[in-house]
Design a protein around this ligand. Sequence first.
Ligand code: SF4
Ligand code: SF4
Length: 140
Amino acid sequence: MAATKKTKLLLMFPKELTGEPATWVLVKEYDLKINILKASINYNIEGRLLLEVEGEPRKINEGIAYLKRSGIKVEKNGTSTLIDTDRCIGCGMCVAACETGALTLEPYGKVQFSAEKCLECMLCVKACSQRIITNAFDRF
Ligand code: SF4
Ligand code: SF4
């Protein structure tokens, strides 16, 4: 059996594709395991879906190609965690709150973020002393 890998995909649906059964197709046609991390779909308006997909790298790429062909925008290693790092004071409150190691402090004191390690739990949003961490799905 070929080796599998996990990757996070942020899908953005235009209004005419909000009814597209994209996750079903990824499972059925590309043999991918799907974990829905966040979803916000307003039928016939717009939609966002944050997925963790697991499967053979070739099938993941084919699945991404299918999504793009369909007109769905796809961001690999996408995340809903947005950090305005220009305003970061390096206090480390978010780093202490993050249980996955997705946040670290750079030597010169700014926070550094790894979308790959992030579980989208949003604990850091509440922890940030400067309120500069936001959830992209909240603005949607
Ligand atoms: S959302 Fe959760 S996992 Fe992601 S960086 Fe914030 S605290 Fe860490
Ligand atoms: S809590 Fe906010 S200000 Fe402090 S290090 Fe994290 S992102 Fe920067």
